[in-house]
Design a protein. Structure first.
Length: 712
């Protein structure tokens, strides 16, 4: 099929997408947003007609069609969708549709187009998932038999209406990832470039545009995400003619992709989500991820990670004692962190030497693995395959495997350099070593770390830019290991939360959202990581009483209650905890096991509460039969008592019993008087809970309580 004259209308889960597929141009989006209902062909044709703008002075004499890959050749003077050249020529494309295939039942479009003058062809894939999520990508082919095409970038876009008056994206740093920032959506270009060689702690994992003042449950909001783990860019652009776009794609370094005759480049998927409020936008991502065949189906096991318990001081007696205490508390997975391999007594040496250190582990890891498994726990192991210390046997034997350019080494970060996966020998070495470890030991889980940005990331001997190939080789390495060891789960860790994207999560099972286990910081980090990911994919651990990254002191209930709304774990030397703290931790673990089925399948809700010191969030069962909410103070409240809080997401016509949930049922605050409904609970309708709410208990700063809601 070459062209479709009547616009195509897809509907899924409250979202409509209307596409103008009339040739010869690439498809154009006429509407992306709220469901339009069933539309006749006449109505769709009318929508297309009604969308055509008037001509204005000093513009070109034709209407400028803006496709999902905008082209200057039709008169578009915003950011072009494809940039590149053929030794200076073919810098501007004019693609003509050659073939169009629609799978209406699956809401999938597959279009091919060609620019004969430029010697290029492309394949556009666009689809809508059952959750109403959009995604699209392009595959570009150099058809010219006689010359190379230098590709500078591919930027796919989705339009948003002029009502989208405000932008939200994220910034951050190590130990404080995913900090939201808002700004007006004005005329011009809001461009976020990431050149870190990984997703980045400061990455805008979702770039959102919405009606003024949009919140978690209010306003219309549109958002995009680039599913790529290397350099990338996101863009919000509004022109003086009123065209408004959100877009994104891979950021290519100079000369990084040069397509020889017949060679192809495939862009990352660009995802788009629409919702009435941020929670609905996020829910589409969550349902899509949960619907994939590779999504973890087994209950997410309670983890203990050894890092903040022993750091590099590996000792079998200490670690087996930690395993004993962990098993008694109900832990189900024991993860041995950094320090187990040759020469690794601190972070100055050893990366790359992926052999068990014989001086620390004369019998290998078998005694610890056996001890852990005998106590009913799964064994996990930390690795950082893409990195190398200059002080390592590997770097001394193969200095040419280090990413570098210009005859110089990049500046070190954490005393390490980057191993060039573009070298076939380096890639083969890592595959062999990791495969050998997974084959020798009963390892059920890998914590896959990546602790530095890529600077001067060249591929020797010529020193050409290598981030693109490095990212593809990482994906290939993960895919190969998963194929050889399908039962092994993998965590994406990168200085904590610096590799959080749907590209790496096609191959991994969760992310480590931050190296900061401070519960106050984690409230913010996990709250906004949840814009993209459901709770079960967000690693969340109970740290020690005094946080080693901030020095703050928090109660055990605040630490555990924060970790509860993720994939729950522990990162604390619990052998030194008091008996009372061990008992309290065991109670939290029992609660997590009791409600993780709800937490890891239900709908995440975050309330728009007027007091910035009191945060309200929770998870509602998909059938709305039950819910768990947390009331969390992150500062001193604006007023006291705090007033009523609304609990969203329930069935408005059902009656619910609401009551505090142990062990977080003790409301500690600056009052001697009890909250009347707290001791015996109350019964209200879902509509009452969402509209009038309930009085919140008085809480000290940095405290939380839990509320269980059950349909009667």
């Amino acid at each position: 099929m070459l062209s479709i004259e009547v616009p195509v209308h897809w509907r899924a889960d409250g979202v409509s997408l209307v596409l103008d597929c009339a040739g010869p141009l690439l498809p154009r989006v006429l509407h992306w947003g709220a469901d339009l209902g069933a539309c006749s062909e006449a109505e769709l044709a009318g929508l297309a007609l009604a969308a055509i703008p008037q001509q204005v002075s000093n513009n070109i004499d034709e209407v400028v069609p803006v496709s999902v890959l905008p082209e200057q050749s039709v008169g578009w003077l915003g950011t072009p969708g494809l940039t590149g050249h053929r030794d200076g020529a073919a810098f501007s494309t004019a693609f003509t549709l050659e073939q169009l295939a629609l799978e209406g039942d699956r809401h999938r479009l597959d279009a091919t187009a060609r620019d004969a003058a430029a010697g290029l062809s492309l394949r556009l894939e666009l689809e809508m998932t059952a959750s109403g999520l959009l995604r699209q990508r392009v595959t570009l082919t150099n058809d010219d038999p006689g010359s190379t095409f230098t590709l500078d970038g591919v930027l796919l876009t989705l339009p948003v209406p002029t009502e989208a008056a405000e932008l939200l994206d994220f910034t951050g740093r190590h130990l404080r990832e995913r900090t939201p920032q808002r700004m007006p959506f004005t005329v011009g270009t809001r461009l976020r470039d990431n050149r870190r060689g990984r997703t980045g702690a400061d990455a805008s994992i979702v770039l959102a545009a919405g009606t003024a003042g949009f919140g978690f449950a209010t306003g219309e909001v549109w958002g995009v995400h680039v599913a790529w783990s290397g350099n990338h860019r996101t863009l919000a652009e509004r022109t003086s003619t009123g065209v408004s776009l959100l877009g994104g794609g891979e950021l290519l370094l100079a000369g990084e992709v040069r397509l020889a005759p017949g060679e192809k480049y495939q862009s990352p998927w660009l995802y788009g989500s629409y919702g009435h409020g941020l929670d609905e936008l996020s829910g589409r991502f969550h349902r899509y991820l949960r619907g994939r065949p590779q999504h973890p189906r087994s209950p997410r096991p309670v983890i203990i990670n050894t890092w903040e318990a022993v750091y590099f001081n590996h000792d079998l007696a200490k670690l087996t004692a930690l395993a004993d205490v962990a098993a008694a508390a109900g832990v189900e997975r024991f993860v041995l962190d950094d320090g187990w391999f040759r020469h690794r007594r601190d972070d100055h040496a050893g990366l790359g030497d992926w052999y068990v250190d014989e001086t620390v582990w004369p019998k290998g890891l078998h005694p610890l693995v056996d001890h852990v498994r005998e106590r009913g726990m799964q064994f996990g192991l930390w690795v950082e395959p893409e990195m190398v210390n200059p002080d390592s046997d590997l770097a001394r034997a193969h200095p040419e495997w280090i990413m570098a350019t210009g005859g110089r080494l990049p500046p070190e970060s954490r005393h390490q350099q980057v191993l060039d996966l573009g070298h076939d020998e380096a890639y083969a070495y890592l595959l062999e070593r990791l495969d050998a470890l997974l084959s020798e030991y009963a390892i059920g889980y890998l914590k896959w770390d990546h602790n530095r940005d890529l600077i001067d990331a060249g591929h020797s001997p010529r020193g050409e830019a290598g981030v693109h190939v490095q990212t593809l080789r990482l994906y290939r390495l993960l895919d190969e290991l998963r194929a050889r060891h399908p039962g092994v789960e993998i965590e994406s860790c990168s200085s904590g939360g610096s590799r959080v994207d749907l590209g790496v999560l096609e191959r991994t099972d969760r992310v480590w959202s931050s190296d900061c286990n401070d519960a106050l910081e984690r409230q913010l980090i996990q709250r906004w990581t949840g814009t993209l990911l459901p709770p079960e994919m967000i690693g969340a651990h109970v740290g020690p009483t005094v946080s080693h990254t901030t020095g703050r002191v928090h109660t055990l209930d605040y630490r555990a209650g924060t970790a509860l709304f993720g994939h729950f774990g522990i990162e604390w030397d619990i052998t030194e905890a008091s008996p009372a703290d061990r008992d309290r931790l065991a109670a939290w673990i029992r609660l997590y096991k009791d409600i993780r089925g709800l937490l890891h399948s239900g709908t995440v809700v975050r309330a728009d509460h007027p007091d910035p010191a009191l945060w309200v969030h929770g998870v509602v069962a998909t059938d709305r039969s039950a819910a768990i909410y947390a009331l969390t103070t992150v500062a001193t409240g604006v007023w006291s008592p705090p007033g009523r809080v609304r609990l969203p997401g329930l069935d408005p016509d059902a009656t619910y019993r609401i009551e505090p949930l142990a062990p977080a049922d003790e409301a500690q605050g600056a009052t001697q008087y009890p909250l009347p409904w707290w001791a015996g609970g109350a019964e209200l309708s879902g509509r009452m809970l969402a509209v009038t709410g309930v009085q919140a208990p008085v809480l000290f700063p940095e405290r939380l309580v839990l509320i269980r809601v059950t349909r009667q």
